[in-house]
Write a protein that binds this ligand. Structure first.
Ligand SMILES: CC(C)(COP(=O)(O)OP(=O)(O)OC[C@H]1O[C@@H](n2cnc3c(N)ncnc32)[C@H](O)[C@@H]1OP(=O)(O)O)[C@@H](O)C(=O)NCCC(=O)NCCS
Length: 240
């Protein structure tokens, strides 16, 4: 079981795939447009994922109100994400990191993906690492996307996937090689992402980051993002 399955219950469609390629943990994500799931619908979904061979489940990042129904079925909080917003004002004044001026910011090629996944696996703690399927999901999450890398000589130092849908932009993924952090690599990528959104009638750009992620929070604050009151949660169901 390595591919995504869709479990349809009424108008709701749950997309289910193994978490980090672990065939025992189902990653559950709701397809947009179906509304909030009710307890009975989630319970039915859990029965169906058991039939698929999964033993436990993890939600995608959902808002705290949506989490109530999951919690009543025994899901507990695995992580909490801060939602930060940029209103795309004052872009002209943004600078992308002093010592990084010699770096090249360019479009990612297919051949860069392994290097990006390698950086991702070293930059993020194990729980948040992406595999190739997760990176593909990040690219496919919005109607338009921009996948950029920072290169120095022949080496990729960091990457960002940014998406746009309607008048909103989303920083879907961002990571800098731990060997070159605090040298302005992520700043270059985020400023590039904001300018791309700003050129295309986007009104606001969002990013989610773990509440415990001080480095990312400081980075986004420095570039003009503001924390919204709406945290997201990732919930885990042990199967018991
Ligand atoms: C967060 C991350 C992308 C920052 O990358 P980076 O290339 O080191 O960032 P920059 O050099 O552009 O830093 C810009 C500013 O961010 C803040 N910052 C970056 N890393 C920081 C840290 N470890 N502690 C505190 N502030 C930090 C600082 O204000 C910094 O400016 P300064 O160096 O002049 O003080 C990097 O630490 C990373 O890959 N972390 C793991 C993956 C991750 O968290 N991605 C973002 C998820 S939303």
């Amino acid at each position: 079981m390595t591919t995504t399955e869709t479990i349809s219950i009424g108008r709701l469609h749950f997309r289910v795939r193994p978490w980090h390629s672990d065939p025992s943990i189902a990653h559950l994500a709701m397809a947009p447009g179906g509304g909030l799931p009710e307890i009975a619908q989630i319970a039915e979904c859990l029965g169906r994922i058991r039939d698929l061979g999964y033993e436990s489940a993890l939600t995608s990042a959902i808002d705290t109100a949506e989490g109530t129904a999951y919690r009543s079925l025994g899901f507990s909080e695995r992580d909490r994400l801060r939602v930060m917003r940029h209103d795309l004002t004052e872009l002209d004044q943004l600078k992308g990191g002093g010592r990084s001026s010699g770096y090249t910011c360019r479009r990612a090629r297919k051949s860069d993906k392994l290097a990006c996944l390698d950086i991702d696996s070293r930059a993020f703690e194990p729980f948040w690492r992406l595999d190739a399927g997760g990176l593909a999901d990040a690219e496919a999450a919005t109607p338009s996307r921009r996948f950029r890398v920072i290169q120095d000589r022949n080496r990729v130092l960091g990457y960002a996937v940014t998406g746009r849908g309607g008048q909103q932009g989303f920083i879907q993924r961002l990571a800098t090689d731990p060997h070159v952090q605090r040298q302005g690599v992520a700043s270059l990528l985020v400023v590039d992402a904001l300018r791309w959104c700003g050129r295309r009638q986007t009104r606001e750009v969002f990013v989610n980051t773990q509440v415990s992620n001080v480095a990312a929070t400081r980075l986004y604050e420095k570039l003009g993002f503001v924390t919204t009151p709406n945290d997201l949660v990732v919930l885990f169901w042990s199967g018991d």
